[in-house]
Design a protein around this ligand. Structure first.
Ligand SMILES: Nc1ncnc2c1ncn2[C@@H]1O[C@H](COP(=O)(O)OP(=O)(O)O)[C@@H](O)[C@H]1O
Ligand SMILES: [Mg+2]
Length: 227
């Protein structure tokens, strides 16, 4: 088993717009071990979402080195980074990003359909989707449309979607931002369970109560990790 899931060294990100350069991340060094649970906090605009985008291969760093399971992923082509992402990474966002025109079942099956590595049969897809829904106790809502569900239920569906391809790493941006505290607690309990079962979690949160659940709490300030 790999010990270091994620290794960032000297990762910087500069956004250039017409007349401004924003140094969103400044030489970030970070190692995340397999099955670790880390939280990232910091004021608005300090670079949290940028860091998650780079960790999730949704954006490239301006400079620095990024290894996932020992593989250098800093300079992959779009196709190669999509393949690594589909194989290893799941995302959970504050706004659940579900498609209201599709049923809960189809929302969760969708990521499997663009995962060329898997080549699943219809029966295997069904088992995966229903298995994911069972993990979040939402199997009875498979045929509903997301907009008929409460916020807490929608976030559980979004978690099921993130889990369907069995990612080793979950990247989570303010998962409870749109939830009341009862549903927030439910979602956080679910995430803790997943971590107990071996998934590596990297979660951005403003809420100190929730950051406490992580093994390690990181703080970003103006694009830099501070102790
Ligand atoms: N696509 C972009 N283009 C230009 N500037 C950006 C872009 N994305 C983020 N930024 C800037 O980078 C900084 C960090 O943003 P972000 O990572 O979204 O912060 P956080 O998630 O901590 O609120 C901010 O100053 C933001 O305005
Ligand atoms: Mg953000």
């Amino acid at each position: 088993m790999v010990e270091h899931r994620i290794q960032l060294s000297g990762i910087s990100k500069i956004f250039e717009t017409k007349d401004v350069e924003t140094h969103a991340l400044k030489s970030i060094d970070l190692t995340i071990k397999d099955a670790e649970y880390i939280s990232i906090s910091g004021p608005s605009g300090c670079g949290k979402s940028t860091l998650l985008s780079i960790l999730g291969l949704l954006d490239n760093p301006t400079s620095g080195e990024y290894l996932i399971d020992g593989q250098d992923v800093s300079q992959l082509s779009l196709t190669e980074s999509a393949r690594v992402r589909n194989e290893k990474i799941g995302f959970i966002f504050q706004s659940f990003n579900l498609i209201d025109e599709l049923t809960v079942y189809d929302n969760i099956a969708l990521p499997l359909s663009y995962n060329d590595n898997l080549e699943l049969t219809a029966q295997q897809i069904k088992e995966r989707v229903m298995g994911s829904l069972e993990k979040v106790e939402m199997a009875h809502r498979a045929s509903h449309n997301p907009n008929k569900l409460s916020g807490g239920q929608q976030q559980r569906i979004a978690i099921a979607r993130a889990l369907v391809a069995n990612p080793a790493i979950l990247l989570i941006d303010e998962p409870t931002g749109n939830l009341d505290s009862k549903n927030g607690d439910l979602v956080m309990n679910l995430l803790s369970d997943l971590n107990q079962k071996g998934t590596t979690l990297c979660m951005v949160t403003h809420d100190p109560r929730y950051a406490d659940r992580a093994n390690r709490q990181l703080h970003l300030l103006d694009g830099e990790l501070v102790q």
